[in-house]
Write a protein that binds this ligand. Structure first.
Ligand SMILES: [Mn+2]
Length: 161
């Protein structure tokens, strides 16, 4: 990783290690493990990416995990417990965005959804059935518009827009 970090630095690239749940990876499952890891790598361009879907499985608390990772947190993936749009499941995104506001988070938030069966990505993410009733392009576009409204409201509520 130190070699990767050096090469990445030469290209101005920040490299993030993503913390994933125990069923999809065995190296970094919690924010705490990721902090210990990036401290050992000790490179300014290596950080942590937390994903709400994985956090929901592994972390005792979203807020605590975000505060733990804070000094190294350089990326966020948003997805609900069902890997659908935030707001479609039971994850409390108000709590998550509140915690990100607390730590002064200014990096990217990427909403990462896996809703359609078929293909390599779906197989790798164990999506065995369509998770939306309608997976037509028009319907998914509408979902994307609704998601934008939902997430803008969230960010506005926490003065992060
Ligand atoms: Mn992810």
């Amino acid at each position: 990783m130190k070699e990767i970090a050096k090469t990445a630095e030469g290209y101005g690239v920040t490299y993030c290690v993503e913390v994933v749940n125990r069923f999809e990876g065995c190296v970094l499952n919690t924010a705490k493990e990721a902090v210990d890891y990036v401290k050992k790598v000790d490179a300014p361009n290596v950080g942590i990416l937390l994903d709400t879907y994985h956090m929901n499985i592994e972390e005792d608390s979203f807020t605590e995990a975000i505060h733990t990772a804070a000094p190294y947190l350089k990326g966020m993936h948003f997805g609900d417990n069902n890997r659908r749009c935030p707001g479609s499941g039971h994850i409390n995104f108000d709590e998550i965005v509140g915690a990100l506001a607390d730590i002064g988070y200014k990096e990217q938030i990427v909403t990462e959804l896996f809703v359609q069966a078929g293909g390599e990505v779906a197989r790798d993410c164990f999506v065995w059935r369509n998770l939306e009733d309608d997976v037509s392009e028009a319907s998914l576009d509408q979902k994307a518009r609704d998601l934008l409204t939902y997430e803008r409201d969230l960010l506005n509520r926490h003065n992060m827009a």
